[in-house]
Write a protein that binds this ligand. Structure first.
Ligand SMILES: [Cu+2]
Length: 227
């Protein structure tokens, strides 16, 4: 009995030790002049480690309901498959004219689901050629450390809600301490960039002042290499 207890204590110590990575949280808010809602700004980290993260096995879901794509903006990890179920009582035709992934799922009916694999980082505009008012965006990102702002413009990274929607594994919940570049994307705002130092424990506060304008085409602008 005593031996068993000792063994269990030893196992508990080993498990605790393995989990003892120092990790912090980025908490922040965006501010924009003359913009009605501050939601749907995607905040993402340019590089975490070597940006090597296994894509989820389960597909993420971008729903079609009441002639609306839900969610309107969805960041995912590169390599993720997305299901596009038609939960309406009319037919939809989902397509993307975007360079990062051009596709057309064709017109399909009630209760049907079509899927697409997103294997390259970039911004995907989703449209329906039956309903011109339908639009959504998928941001295919290089790591799972992303968030979508709420109505007050607030966000935190790592982000449970965004990770769950993207079906990203729970094991990516810790953001290791270090210096990072965070980037923003919104359909009506200019992209912004900011350096952030994540502490070994606790939060770092970030304020991002964004301006209206056309977002740049590249989510990850190319840095000129000297070699
Ligand atoms: Cu439609």
């Amino acid at each position: 009995m005593r031996l068993l207890r000792l063994t269990l204590t030893a196992i508990a110590f080993i498990l605790l030790g393995a989990n003892l990575t120092f990790a912090g949280v980025i908490k922040g808010a965006v501010t924009v002049k003359r913009l009605r809602s501050l939601e749907d700004v995607v905040i993402f980290i340019e590089k975490v480690g070597e940006n090597k993260f296994a894509p989820p096995e389960e597909p993420a879901i971008l729903d079609q309901r009441n002639l609306v794509f839900i969610p309107h903006v969805m960041p995912i990890l590169v390599g993720t498959k997305v299901d596009f179920p038609n939960n309406d009582n009319v037919r939809h035709n989902v397509f993307s004219p975007s360079k990062a992934k051009k596709f057309n799922l064709g017109t399909y009916g009630i209760g049907e689901t079509k899927s697409m694999l997103f294997d390259k980082p970039g911004k995907i505009s989703l449209l329906c050629n039956v309903h011109a008012e339908m639009s959504a965006f998928i941001l295919v990102l290089k790591n799972p450390y992303f968030a979508v702002t709420d109505k007050e413009g607030k966000f935190s990274i790592p982000n449970d809600k965004a990770m769950k929607a993207a079906k990203v594994s729970e094991k990516h919940k810790d953001l290791p301490a270090g210096k990072y570049i965070i980037r923003t994307w919104h359909e009506k705002l200019k992209n912004a960039t900011q350096e952030v130092i994540v502490p070994e424990e606790g939060e770092v506060q970030v304020e991002l002042s964004l301006t209206r304008g056309k977002p740049s085409k590249e989510l990850y602008p190319n840095k000129k290499k000297s070699n």
